[in-house]
Each structure stands twice: as structure tokens, then as C-alpha cells.
Design a protein around this ligand. Sequence first.
Ligand code: HEC
Length: 106
Amino acid sequence: MRKTIRIQVALAAVILLAGAVGFAQSGEATYKAKCQSCHGVAGTPSPAMAKAMGVKAASDPSVMSKTEAQMIASTTNGMGKMAPFKGKITDAQIKDAVVYFRTFAK
Ligand code: HEC
């Protein structure tokens, strides 16, 4: 009896964890995990990264003039030295990360 309850509690914890990781990953979390290393904490790359990879700041006029759809396309299909994210993360994660990136453009 005790054992059954313990197993149920363990199962519930696993399900909760899976839900948190699989469905509730915010754009911010995706950005921090997958984009920040090149694009910088607040959408501005380090000078070294900007020079080596050609990454532009989110606030750069040439980046700011892009629509959300254009940015999703660049991220999905790749741009310059950024490899395509298609198939590496979900389309929803790409969109949410772009939406988060765009908050740095203002
Ligand atoms: C390996 C480094 C790297 C990573 C990781 C990376 N990017 Fe990029 N990103 C680049 C480079 C390089 C460009 C192209 C800049 C250029 O050529 O103007 C770029 C361009 C972009 C652009 C278009 C901006 C523009 O200049 O028009 C967007 C939007 C973007 N990235 C979003 C993302 C998102 C969202 C992620 C995470 C899911 C991500 N990037 C991860 C390096 C990276």
C-alpha cells in the first residue's frame, strides 16, 4: 500500500517535470539556451562575436526594420553564419525566441 503511493507520487513528479520542460519553455528560456551565446544577453553581441560572426544588435536599424515573420524565416532557414534552426528546436520555440529577441529592439 505504502509502496503504491510512493510510486504514484514519483510518477506525478515525472509528469509535472516533463510538462514544465516540454510545453512551458518560454521564449526567454529558449533564447538563453540557444541564442544568447551569439546574440548576447540583451540582444547585443559582444564585440568579438560581432566581428567574428557578423552578428548585429537587435537595436541595429537594419535588424529593427525586419518583421517578425522575416526574423522567424531567418532563424528557421539560417542567415549568414547562423545555421538553420529548422528541426533542432520546434517552430513554436523559434517564434517565441524571436518574439523575445524583438523585445530588445525598442
Ligand atoms: C552561432 C551563433 C548564432 C546563434 C546560436 C544564433 N544566431 Fe541568430 N544570427 C547569427 C548570425 C551570424 C546572424 C546573421 C547576421 C547577418 O548576417 O547580418 C544571425 C541573424 C539572426 C537574425 C536576423 C537578424 C538580422 O540581422 O536580420 C535573427 C532574428 C536571429 N539571428 C535570431 C536568432 C535566434 C532567435 C536564435 C536562437 C534560436 C539565434 N539567432 C541563434 C548568429 C547566431
